[in-house]
Design a binder for this molecule. Sequence first.
Ligand SMILES: [Zn+2]
Length: 429
Amino acid sequence: MRWGKENTEMRKLCFILTLALSFQNVMAQTMGCIKAQFRDPFWVDTTSVDFQSIARMWNDYKCSVWEEECRKFYPTNTTENSRMPLSFWMKSEVEEYGNPDLLLQSFALSPYDFGQGEELFIGVEKRNDTLFEMRTLLFGDYPTERQLTGVFTIPVIKVSDNEYKFYSKLSLLKPTMQSTKIGWVTFYYPSTYHFDAEAANHTVKVANEFAAAIGLEHPKEVEYYLFNDRTEYFRYLGADVSCYDFIGCGRVYSHGFAFADCNKVFCTQGGESMAHEIIHFIIKEKTGRKRASMFEEGVCSFYGGHALQSKETSMSELKQWLENNPQIDLGVSLVSSYKDKDGRFVTDSTMAASQEKFVYSDFTSNYAYAIQMVVCEMTERKGGKDLVITMLREITEDDMEYEVIERYLGIKRDKVNRAIREYLNKNLK
Ligand SMILES: [Zn+2]
């Protein structure tokens, strides 16, 4: 969204700000008291020591995140005295989450947004003697310039007279959530959420079976958070307003995310029926692998579900999509390809509109995952779960997949496209 005139821009900002602040005010009203009183959104006591210290800490933090990102590319430029991003957080939060910056990890924010993106710092609210909440509005430059990323609240704890630390919103809200523990998985959800215990039991059973097959006796505890919709999910993580809240379908569009560092899963309604992310945790714990291969995505989707739909549905959609796109050769890539000038996927580079590659997916489906689900099913039919796990262990990089397929399934790379298409035609409606 690009805003043309300055005054239109300001009006939109005011609207968003008013909304953000209204939420909090409305929440504070007692039940039955409908008339909300709105504070002037532009009145903030910027002279207070707390405000100044917290605002400065936020700026220092953003610089620190940005510097850390730069260090990855220019390791020799390390400034010895610079403060590391994690040191801005309460120790308890680092222990709980690994990296407690759930905003950075969940909201398509990048260190670039922290370092260079536009921002409107809204203010600091005092909750009690030691708890503050700072609120800010961030813009991102993706997919187009100056997109609203969200209005974010980050709790701040005053540790001593001159020291403050960030705290996570989720840690504050967790005690208000309901929970159900099944084996080594604990499900957390708001009191308004209709928890499906049967689906959750089945999910843990599937996860247990996978853990047994890969030889992991005592998997690490998992926390599985469930929310009614995306708006609620984001709010528990600290986003008062996100760009999805005002898009009807975006708000309810199912969404899931796993934080592998801390074995936590966040999902919208229905997530308790999916073992997908838990299987990723099991594989990571057993193999020590940091990055999942695409084949691993297929394995997690095949056994643990993908996009809250049955594997038959995912594979039927793939079958249809391949029929509509005969120009795609899965022997060139199982994951991504170019697009032609009409936006169709093409594996032949001479038909490509640019050299940029796109993962096989559209708004409705992630075909790259479905392709891997088919490879997983073909493997399971040939040699059971044991063969699936053997291949999973051997495919450490995506470009090794064709040779592993040839070794265990006996399909040469130039026959893979035909084999997958024929398998789908034979086995799926
Ligand atoms: Zn996955």
